[in-house]
Design a protein around this ligand. Sequence first.
Ligand code: NAP
Length: 322
Amino acid sequence: MASDSNVTIPSKIKAWVYAERGNPVDVLKLDSDVRVPEIKEDQVLVKVVAAALNPIDFKRALGSFKDTDSPPPIVPGYDVAGVVVKIGDQVKKFKVGDEVYGDIIEKAGDHPKQHGTVAEYTAVEERLLALKPKNLSFVEAASLPLAIETAYEGLERAGFSPGKSILVLGGAGGVGSLLIQLAKEVFGASRVAATSSTGKLDLLKSLGADLAIDYTKENFEDLSEKFDVVYDAVGQSERAVRAVKEGGSVVAIAGAATPPAVRFTLTSTGSVLEKLNPFLESQKIKPLIDPKGTFPFSQALEAFSYLQTGRVIGKIVIHPIP
Ligand SMILES: NC(=O)c1ccc[n+]([C@@H]2O[C@H](COP(=O)([O-])OP(=O)(O)OC[C@H]3O[C@@H](n4cnc5c(N)ncnc54)[C@H](OP(=O)(O)O)[C@@H]3O)[C@@H](O)[C@H]2O)c1
């Protein structure tokens, strides 16, 4: 046992781990004998209270970017909300006891950390974290970082500014549900349109969409209305480029990008969370967690299995964690 201040940190912890790549439901195992991660001078050790899953977690396990990935064994999980229990020598922003949240992997697909967040403890650079908004639960906070930072970075890359219109492809998912809200509440969109299947159209409206498009009934690219920005969170950029106004921008986060669509991969940073904290605290932006989307630590496999259906509303969060 090692200790820092008044907190006792075990040397061995529980974590979900895969020793070889494959479908998470086949390869992921609960290990009760994982060494607690060592922290570097710019890192803090976080007692994980809640960890959200993202599609990249199963894509990574399946080997989607194995050439640039760290070798197994791998503890999955990018998103965390928890409590700082130890700080490195160079850490300035946080102290033991702070409640924090963040996406702990700076470059999503470029040598991501071996030890993620689906564990009792995780180590993370302070620059990737922000203080948890006081009004949010750990579950709500954990649901945000990767998705909200991706939504924000894409809007910035598209040069989104007040008065512009946007079409969001995939409005009911983790990224899309936050994108609709950010476009309206933070970036001052004049008009937000978004796509989903029939049963989720009311949800899109409740998130702030002016136009909810049922993709099972109409093709968004056939609408006479065109948009200043199309944000493709589905992987439909070939169609997305037909829905943008001349001179507009198309950003894509899934699938191959058809020019002029530009695809990007998130660079995680706590500074975006810090910028957005006032909007979260004033409830202008609200986390969206799937009604069936909170799974206890022991049910991480069920959580992955549900995520992999591709039908999740908002986010999936693992909580409580022992
Ligand atoms: N490049 C990056 O940095 C980055 C970052 C984050 C995410 N991503 C990628 O972006 C994609 C979205 O991520 P996410 O976390 O938002 O995924 P997600 O939460 O798993 O998305 C699920 C949602 O997608 C909707 N959906 C599925 N097919 C659709 C379609 N054809 N049209 C409209 N909506 C559709 C579903 O609604 P329905 O049931 O109504 O279809 C569901 O609610 C994933 O491929 C992810 O890997 C990339």
